[in-house]
Each structure stands twice: as C-alpha cells, then as structure tokens.
Ligand binder design. Structure first.
Ligand code: FES
Length: 355
C-alpha cells in the first residue's frame, strides 16, 4: 500500500450507523477494524488484529480514520451535506470513481467525488482490492432519495464491468467462437477467447460482428446492451456503435472489433495479427453439432480428440482452464443426437469422469 494513501483520512462509516456503546465491525484496505461510539460524536477505532487505537475524526456526518498518520485535516465541503445511505459494491474503488468523476464533478480527496451542481457527494471506503462501500450524501431529503435511486440502478451495471486483462498469446489463428445459429436476430451472444470476453451479434443485414465485450466509454459489458439491428447500444449511457466499424455515431469512440468470418455454419475470429486461412474442409456439406463446454485447458482437450470420418472437431480456448469443442458433421447417416452423445462422453473423459 502506497504510504501517501495510507496516511490519508478514509471514511469507514456513516455516523448514524454506529449505535452508542455497540461495536461496529468494518474493513479498510484489507484490514478488519472495530469502531465504537461511546457517545455523541466521540468514536474510537482500532484494527481487530492489534487493538491499537487509530486516529479518528468525525466530519460530514461520517467517521474517518487512517492506517497511517494524516498530515492534514480532512477537506471541507462548500455546503453541508447529510448521509444518504451506504452500499457495498463488488468492484474496485477506482471503477466507482471513474463512473462518477465526469460531468463537472471534483475530487477533494482521492476517494471522494463532489457533484456541486447536484449538491451531492460520494465517499468511497476501499474495503478490499475489488470491493468497496459507497457512502452517499446529499443536501435534502429529495436529493438523498435521488442519490440512493441512482446508485442502486448503477450498482449492477458497474458490477458487470469487464475486468482489465489482455488476451493471452497464441491467439493469432482463426478460432470458432459460436455456431452461426447462436447469432439470432436482435440478440447478443456472450463468449470468450483466450480470456478475452467477446460480444457477438448479427445486424439486420445478416452481417456478423465479433467485438470486445467492453464499451470504450466506461468499460461496461456490451452484452447487457441492446442489438438495434444496425448498431449496438450500451446499457449505461446509451452510446451506439455501428455494425461493421464499431464506431460511435456521435462521439469519437470505437469498440475494439475482431475479424469475423462465417464458414461451415460456424463463426470464426482471431484476436491478433492476420492469421492464416481457416481450415479448408473441401466442398462437402458440413453441419455444426452441438458445441460442448469442457472444464480443461485446450491442450488436454486436444490430446483426447477422436478421429472419425465425417466429423471434424475444433477447439475454442475460452481461458487457461476452459475449452469449447465445436464439431462439424458431413455424414448424414450419423444423427446429430449420436454426435451429441459422442461429445458428451468425450467431455466426461477429458474432465476425468465416466467414459
Ligand atoms: S459505458 Fe458509457 S456508454 Fe457505455
């Protein structure tokens, strides 16, 4: 933990949530804390592990403490604000900050956002690396109700944001990522390739798109948006991105798009470079069989693939330890159900179950 951050005051509770004389457990930067409010505005705080008293100040209707030694008093607010409720959210504090720092907001503290125009503020309590508690403040009762409503609506959207992460190496080949029939009209199909989440969708002219599942504005998953037929609309702020280019219609922003080819009834893509051609399966008619999801790395799945006439199997490395097996059949004498059973047995064998 950075010393400068450690030496800051950090919010740990709304004062009103501390009942006089009762211990109040909370957490700050992966550290369990205990708070006690003997009376009025007097509050004591200590780490549960050491019991050593921490500095405490009570301001803006909240309790603040520090795991270091604060050099400065806490910041002032330009007008009084009252506590409007506290909500835990399963995202890193930085993501909450990013989501609220726009529209003329100012940050009087590394984990606080003040929206002067709305007479409202957010104090963010970093709990763990990927979890925080957001303390809402507003000037009057109507503002407090509006702040609670807004945050309750945004919470599930923020929690659906895609974590940062780069595609793994070795993705400069074509991989099947869906069957063509998975891309139904006005639908968005969610999958992943080498740890990279993908949003697949078909426009009303039948063009298939393979996009990074991440809005370029604030990183929200595009799969929770809307397929408008010519564009995808992000669920959060409503930006729309055009089929094909991924460009935003009104702002200079663009979704990361990947090459997309439909062949043999499968949708193929590549995350890197200009890959070699998709495997040439000749002129036979190929029909996709139901894909199976295997809890195993691609190499383990590859080692078990059977060789059968009239059946071609291809692997989609979803992540380090998950693989999808896509199959194509050219043998009309073998029913799709038989292929289905074969792939189910194959999955059981790869995962170490019954053969
Ligand atoms: S996150 Fe703002 S439009 Fe997508």
């Amino acid at each position: 933990m950075d010393r400068v951050v450690l030496d800051e005051w950090h919010v740990v509770a709304a004062l009103e949530s501390l009942l006089p004389g009762q211990e109040f457990p909370t957490r700050l930067f992966n550290t369990d804390l205990t708070l006690v409010r003997p009376a009025g505005d007097i509050v004591a705080a200590w780490p549960a592990a050491s019991g050593k008293a921490l500095p405490v100040c009570v301001r803006h209707g909240h309790v603040w403490t520090s795991l270091g030694t604060p050099a400065e008093p806490l910041f002032d607010l330009p007008f009084p604000l009252a506590a409007a409720g506290s909500m835990a959210i399963d995202v890193p504090p930085e993501r909450v900050l990013d989501a609220f720092r726009d529209d003329g907001a100012v940050t009087p503290h590394p984990y606080c956002v003040l929206r002067e125009h709305a007479a409202a503020a957010l104090f963010i309590q970093p709990v763990d690396d990927d979890r925080c508690i957001v303390h809402l403040l507003a000037r009057d009762e109507a503002g407090r109700a509006a702040a609670r409503l807004e945050f309750a609506a945004l919470k599930p959207i923020l929690e659906s944001q895609v974590p940062e992460g780069l595609p793994q190496p070795g993705t400069g080949s074509w991989y099947p990522v869906a069957s063509s029939s998975d891309l139904a009209p006005r639908h968005i199909f969610h999958t992943a390739l080498a740890g990279q989440e993908l949003a697949l969708w078909r426009d009303d002219a039948c063009l298939a798109n393979v996009w990074e599942n991440r809005c370029p504005h604030r990183g929200v998953r595009l799969t929770i948006g809307t397929n408008l037929g010519t564009a995808l609309r992000c669920q959060y702020h409503g930006w729309e991105f055009a089929s094909g280019s991924g460009r935003c219609a009104i702002l200079p922003a663009r979704v990361t798009t990947y090459p997309c080819v439909e062949r043999y009834g499968l949708v193929w893509t590549s995350l890197a470079g200009a890959p070699e051609d998709i495997p040439d399966l000749g002129a036979a008619y190929w029909q996709p069989v139901r894909a199976v999801f295997v809890e195993a790395p691609m190499a383990e799945a590859a080692a078990e693939l059977p060789h059968r006439d009239g059946l071609k199997l291809f692997l989609q490395p979803v992540s380090d330890d998950r693989t999808v097996i896509h199959g194509l059949s050219s043998d009309p004498a073998v029913s799709l159900r038989e292929h289905d059973e074969l792939l189910t047995r194959l999955r059981d064998r790869i995962e170490g179950g019954e053969a």
